[in-house]
Design a protein around this ligand. Structure first.
Ligand SMILES: *Cc1c(COP(=O)(O)O)cnc(C)c1O
Length: 465
């Protein structure tokens, strides 16, 4: 067995060597700038990226943990929150905070609902949250962390939350209902008005997960796209999450969580008055908070403004239209749902789409694989505009090749794994596989990129690629 376990370095290395080492490692990463990936990176071009870097670097060392020391950051954060509230139909009553990302914003929404219920409905000892099956797993994570029981409701054939099921799922233990605008898997917006109406009737909080749509849907509406109401203009909506680091095109580590009133938000905060280190108060999950992420979010919103976002939104939707039309023309492919914005999920009734994903991987295009039903996922950004036609040509060729080949030795590659894991009845086994992957994540690998950056501990010290 060959393994390389890096030990803590004794001698320091020159900066050029350190940087060069990282550059080498990076050369094997996904080519997001060329539009080859369809999630994870939201790239609005070099102009925006260089602004983000300058703004981030200006506040590189500052810590937003304590607003007294850096009044500049306090102001930048307050303004990002206020500008986002304005974008999402909020009035002066709306209160919020910046967080490190969508997951933290959702954690906060659930924690706030739980603690508000603890204060106002102490009889609820086993709080529940009603959410569609398509809602983001960060909400399940929040339920898991904070001891709230998730009550999942199905979606209809259009992939939108089933309103009647939501109504039936609300109980006297419900503390929160959730809808997405849009949900990540198929890009469709849940019936927010109907769902929030139920929440209002039953006196429970309602969260809109607009992590994905918060910085795009308002602009699509201004461009004349049909966007159903999803924000604070809807009665019953009590909180909204929106990620600046997605379609806001900010640097990573920037999301906003908003509440209809400061009274609701009070339940988000944590305080500790007995610490010898001083009086302690923290608005969100994290302690130390990078000033750079706040600064970059403020910078990009002010640099682009509504006009800049409208222009990006136009490009995104034109590209989405091109991709949708092209996908629908490929024999054997069909959309899972008609998307409300720039997220496309497509599947096939005639062949295994996971095999198509493998074939596209081989052509350098990385599509996300989804389940129930098996389908492939595209999140469209401006980086895809120049490559949409090339993508469609490759997709058509790959689909024809996959459809035309019988599988002699059974399904190979990732398709075999995804196919098996998607349909395996024992979800405990699937869970074990995922845990194995998480365990391997931080297991050092033998270095094959160039000169090994670590001392070999076992096996052949001379092994190199
Ligand atoms: C991305 C996303 C999240 C989670 O956000 P992170 O920034 O990845 O933590 C939550 N909800 C939706 C709909 C998302 O698209």
């Amino acid at each position: 067995m060959t393994g390389v376990r890096p030990l803590f370095p004794v001698a320091g290395r020159p900066r050029d060597e350190v940087l060069e080492r990282m550059r080498t490692l990076r050369s094997r990463d996904a080519r997001w700038k060329d539009g080859r990936t369809f999630s994870l990176v939201y790239y609005a071009g070099e102009d925006v990226t260089s602004l983000l870097k300058d703004a981030y670097t200006m506040f590189f060392s500052e810590n937003a943990l304590n607003p007294m020391a850096f009044p500049s950051l306090k102001k930048l954060e307050a303004e990002v929150v206020a500008m986002t509230a304005d974008l999402l139909g909020g009035d002066a009553e709306v209160a919020g905070n910046m967080t490190s990302g969508g997951s933290e914003s959702l954690l906060m929404a659930v924690k706030t609902a739980r603690d508000l219920a603890r204060a106002e409905r102490p009889e609820v000892t086993n709080p529940e949250m009603v959410l569609p099956v398509t809602a983001h797993p960060a909400l399940e994570k929040a339920a898991h962390y904070f001891g709230v029981t998730p009550v999942r409701i199905p979606v209809g054939p259009d992939c939108r939350a089933d309103v009647a099921a939501a109504r039936a799922a609300v109980s006297d233990r419900t503390v929160l209902m959730v809808g997405s605008a849009p949900a990540y898997p198929h890009g469709v917006i849940d019936p927010i008005r109907e769902l929030a109406g139920i929440a209002l009737e039953r006196g429970v909080l309602f969260h809109v997960d607009a992590c994905l749509g918060g910085f795009l849907l308002p602009f699509l509406r201004r461009l004349g796209h049909p966007v159903p109401d999803f924000d604070f203009s809807v009665p019953g909506v009590t909180s909204i999450s929106a990620d600046v680091h997605k379609y806001g095109f900010a640097a990573k580590g920037a999301s906003v969580i908003l509440y209809r009133t400061a009274t609701i938000r009070r339940h988000q905060f944590f305080t500790f008055t007995e610490w010898p280190g001083g009086l302690y108060g923290s608005p969100t999950m994290t302690g130390t908070r990078p000033g750079g992420a706040i600064a970059a979010a403020w910078a990009v919103i002010n640099h682009l403004g509504e006009e800049g976002y409208l222009s990006l939104a136009r490009t995104i939707m034109e590209t989405t239209r091109t991709l949708v039309a092209g996908i629908e023309k490929v024999p054997g492919l069909r959309l899972v749902a008609r998307p409300d914005m720039s997220v496309i999920a497509f599947t096939s009734d005639s062949f295994d789409v996971y095999r198509l994903a493998d074939a596209m991987d081989a052509r350098g295009w990385h599509l996300d694989r989804q389940q129930r039903p098996p389908c492939l996922h595209l999140m469209v950004t401006p980086a895809h505009a120049p490559v949409a036609d090339e993508f469609l040509k490759d997709l058509r060729e790959a689909a024809l090749a996959v459809a035309g080949t019988e599988e002699e030795d059974g399904v190979q590659g990732l398709a075999a794994m995804y196919g098996a894991l998607g349909s395996l009845p024992d979800r405990g086994l699937v869970r074990d596989v995922i845990i194995g992957i998480l365990e391997d994540w931080t297991r050092p690998e033998p270095d094959t990129s160039s000169e090994a950056g670590a001392r070999p501990t076992e096996g052949d010290a001379s092994e190199k690629a």
